[in-house]
Design a protein. Structure first.
Length: 267
C-alpha cells in the first residue's frame, strides 16, 4: 500500500481546515444576521392596539376603561390626536402631568414565551433626559399570584438607551439595569423602537432581550432569568412613559412625547 506523502497529508489537512472555517463562517453569518434582523420581520402573528373605533378617535377615558390597571392620572396626561399627514391617530403624553401608565393584555397573546413589541416614538427636539425614564415594555406573570417580570427600554442620564428588568421569583424581588451599545435615543424626529423577549427555560439563565432603534440592534442580553417555572408567560404591554425625577418635569412644563399605536407579534 502506498503511504501518502507529507505534502499530500498537509494539503488534505489544509482543505479540511478551509472547509471547517467555511462552515463556521456560514453559521456565524446566520446567527449574526438573525440577531441583527428586527423582530418584526421574524414574528408573523400580530395585533395592534387600536386608537380609534369606526373612524372615531378614542379618548383617554376610553383607554382607561379598557386597560388593565390604568393609572388614575391617565385622563390628565394622555391625549389621542391625529397629526397632519399621519395615517392613524397617535398618543400624546404630557410628562409634567405624571406621564402615562396602563396595561394592555391581549388574550390571544397571553402565555407566549417569545414576543416582539414595536412602536414609533418622538421626543421633543429640546427634550431634557434628566435622570432617565421608562418607555413601554413587556410584562408577564403566572396565572396565579406570584412570580412576575417587567422588562422595559429606558433612557439613562444623557439619553443613552438602556433597559430595566424587574422580576419577582419565589417571593424575591430583583432589579437589573442593562446597558446598550451607548446609542442615544434621537430627539426631534420619529424613531422606531422594537423589543424582543424570549423567556428562559425554568431555573436557567438563558432568557433573551434585544432592543432595536430605527432597525439597528442597540441592546442585547442573553443571560437573563425572567421566570423560575414554566407557567409564567408574557401577559401584555406595560404602557409606561415617565421620568425618574421631577426636576426635569418642572423645567419643561410643556414636554410631550408622541407614540404610535403599539404592535405586538408572536410566533
Amino acid at each position: 500500500m502506498r503511504v501518502p506523502s507529507a505534502r499530500v497529508v498537509l494539503f488534505n489537512a489544509a482543505a479540511v481546515l478551509v472547509a471547517v472555517a467555511a462552515v463556521v463562517a456560514v453559521v456565524r453569518s446566520y446567527l449574526v444576521s438573525s440577531a441583527a434582523t428586527p423582530c418584526s420581520a421574524r414574528y408573523l402573528t400580530s395585533m395592534t392596539f387600536p386608537l380609534e373605533r369606526n373612524g372615531v378617535m378614542l379618548t383617554a377615558t376610553d383607554i382607561q376603561a379598557r386597560a388593565s390597571g390604568g393609572d388614575a392620572t391617565l385622563t390628565d396626561s394622555l391625549e389621542i390626536v391625529r397629526l397632519e399627514g399621519a395615517p392613524v391617530p397617535v398618543m400624546r403624553v404630557n410628562l409634567p402631568k405624571g406621564g402615562m401608565s396602563f396595561a394592555w393584555q391581549p388574550r390571544s397573546m397571553r402565555g407566549q414565551a417569545a414576543v416582539c413589541l414595536g412602536y414609533r416614538l418622538q421626543l421633543p427636539a429640546d427634550f431634557d433626559f434628566g435622570l432617565g425614564g421608562d418607555l413601554p415594555g413587556l410584562a408577564g406573570q403566572a396565572d396565579h399570584e406570584g412570580d412576575r417580570f417587567l422588562v422595559q427600554p429606558t433612557w439613562a442620564q444623557g439619553g443613552a438607551l438602556t433597559a430595566t428588568s424587574r422580576t419577582t421569583l419565589g417571593g424575591k424581588a430583583d432589579t437589573q439595569v442593562l446597558d446598550g451599545d451607548g446609542s442615544a435615543i434621537p430627539r426631534g424626529r420619529w424613531v422606531s423602537v422594537e423589543q424582543e423577549i424570549v423567556l428562559n427555560a425554568p431555573d436557567q439563565r438563558n432568557g433573551l432581550l434585544r432592543v432595536w432603534l430605527d432597525g439597528r440592534l442597540a441592546l442585547e442580553q442573553a443571560d437573563l432569568a425572567f421566570r423560575a417555572t414554566a407557567d409564567v408567560g408574557v401577559a401584555g404591554v406595560a404602557a409606561d412613559v415617565r421620568r425618574n425625577d421631577t426636576a426635569s418635569a418642572r423645567s419643561e412644563p410643556d414636554a410631550r412625547v408622541l407614540l404610535s399605536p403599539f404592535e405586538v407579534r408572536w410566533r
